[in-house]
Write a protein that binds this ligand. Structure first.
Ligand code: F0G
Length: 465
């Protein structure tokens, strides 16, 4: 039995949710062309699509919202937000923006020349997209353990030898920055060790290359360091965060995760001339630098959320709940990527459904089954999301793995709801041989998974005939 601390909060406000009848669910997913992004949220019972912007706010955050100062320039809300970010991360400048991808866009617009390389332990999709958009070359350098079955507590680490080699091969001038994604979302939400951050920082210092974090889940990462890395067991979470950030030149954050807020992001850094250039561009595309695309009340919510997330009791419950969820799915017979990450459990649909070929999207088949069987929404992370087409043969080039990500929103669902997901998972495992793959009947040129229309394989054949 996995250890499960009980919730360090009680519920003051509830949001009713409804489980539709099975026939109604089957009808709605058909009308949504078997694309879970096209379902109305009201059709869903438990929504595990993402942990981003889906947190429940605390009473203190709701109270802070009423203090929002909506002045265009110099708002008090900004001062409170700025003070919090400086206290936590100890950088000189703070630039708010409305979400993480804007922070990326601003940074790469200023720092990147076409053809330059950006090493990252693993780029998140928007980070990769923004590097490419500026003509840069995103390079993923995950450690060897990242994609192995080996049990390793810090599978989010960067391969430091590969980083040194990239800098040696391309030359320092072709590498304008190094990014560490904390935790490593695209590598299964796995944490990065302090040892690895120190090693990467040393290489960056040696070559005079700035090191930036993509730190959407920095507090969850700090918890893993405290729990699993030798020497940190009796450190406060805030002290671990301070140590982590003492190693970098700055950070970009999607505050929709560990900011415990529904919207928000920022850049924080020391370099004054870079700060000036970033804010010039920000005024053009996002807003004045004391609000950056956010309402004053959003900044106040973040000022509170960024402190609350450092609570050991909160993090201990949070990470244990993800573990509990993993255990429930494992017991139901679902093969998982091990160990589970900090914010999500990744089910290995390729292993569960070996008879469905990659070009028929086994991950999508499983994600649809979770909805039809139980009103649960998750997201395919496999060939539908990352597969490409060979331009010569037209054949599908599959993704590395066929996964379904089940992300847990923060402070939102209870363990009895997680037990319910376990029951649904068990029913799916028992009837897995009846699951069918899908064909795409419409797709866009970029990021097709958001808008594609699909049909179950047999229906597709019937409709063609
Ligand atoms: N970096 C990481 C590591 C992320 O996980 C995300 C978003 C972003 C940057 C972009 O931030 O959405 O605020 O613009 N991740 C979400 C997810 C969407 O579902 O994992 P954003």
């Amino acid at each position: 039995m996995t250890r499960q601390p009980s919730e360090p909060y009680r519920i003051k406000s509830v949001e009713p949710i409804t489980l539709l009848a099975p026939e109604e669910r089957a009808e709605r997913i058909k009308r949504a062309h078997y694309n879970l992004f096209k379902l109305d949220a009201a059709s869903i019972y438990l929504d595990l699509l993402t942990d981003s912007g889906t947190s429940a706010m605390s009473n203190r955050q709701w109270a802070a919202l009423m203090l929002g100062d909506e002045s265009y320039a110099g708002a008090e809300s900004f001062r409170r937000f700025e003070e919090t970010v400086k206290e936590l991360f100890a950088k000189r400048f703070v630039i708010p923006c409305h979400q993480g991808r804007v922070a990326e866009n601003l940074m790469f617009s200023i720092l990147l020349e076409p053809g330059q390389f950006v090493p990252n332990n693993t780029h998140f999709d928007t980070t990769r997209g923004n590097v490419l958009h500026k003509g840069g070359v995103p390079v993923d350098l995950p450690c060897a353990a990242a994609h192995s079955d080996e049990a390793h507590p810090f599978k989010g680490d960067m391969d430091v030898d590969a980083l040194s080699k990239l800098i040696a091969d391309q030359g320092r001038d072709m590498v304008p920055m190094v990014i560490m994604t904390i935790t490593n979302n695209s590598a299964g939400g796995q944490p990065v060790s302090m040892r690895n951050l120190k090693d990467v920082a040393a290489i960056c210092r040696e070559h005079g290359i700035p090191l930036y974090y993509d730190c959407a889940r920095f507090a969850e990462n700090a918890y893993f360091i405290k729990r699993d890395e030798a020497g940190y067991g009796d450190w406060e979470i805030a002290a671990i965060v301070a140590e982590m950030f003492s190693l970098c030149d700055g950070a970009m954050m999607s505050a929709k995760k560990d900011g415990l807020a529904n919207m928000g992001g920022f850049i924080t850094l020391n370099d004054e001339s870079l700060y000036r250039r970033l804010t010039e561009l920000e005024i053009l595309i996002e807003g004045f630098p004391t609000y950056g695309g956010l309402a004053g009340r959003d900044l106040d919510i973040l000022a509170v959320g960024l402190r609350e997330v450092l609570s050991y009791d909160y993090l201990d419950f949070r990470i244990a709940q993800v573990d509990y969820f993993a255990n429930v799915l494992r017991t139901a017979g679902m093969p998982l990527v091990e160990p589970p990450g900090g914010h999500a459990v990744f089910v290995d649909a390729g292993r569960l459904l070996p008879d469905i070929p990659a070009e028929q999207f086994p991950g999508q088949a499983l994600a649809i089954a979770f909805y039809v069987e139980g009103g649960i929404r998750a997201v395919e992370i496999g060939t539908l999301m990352f597969g490409t087409t060979d331009p010569d043969t037209g054949a599908t080039i599959p993704a590395r793995q066929e996964l379904v990500r089940m992300a847990l929103p923060r402070r939102v669902y209870t363990n009895s709801q997680i037990d319910y997901i376990g029951e649904v998972a068990e029913r799916i495992v028992q009837t897995k041989d009846s699951l069918r793959g899908f064909d795409i009947v419409y797709q866009s040129q970029f990021l097709r998974h958001f808008t594609a229309d699909l049909l179950p394989v047999e229906e597709q054949k019937l409709s063609v005939r």
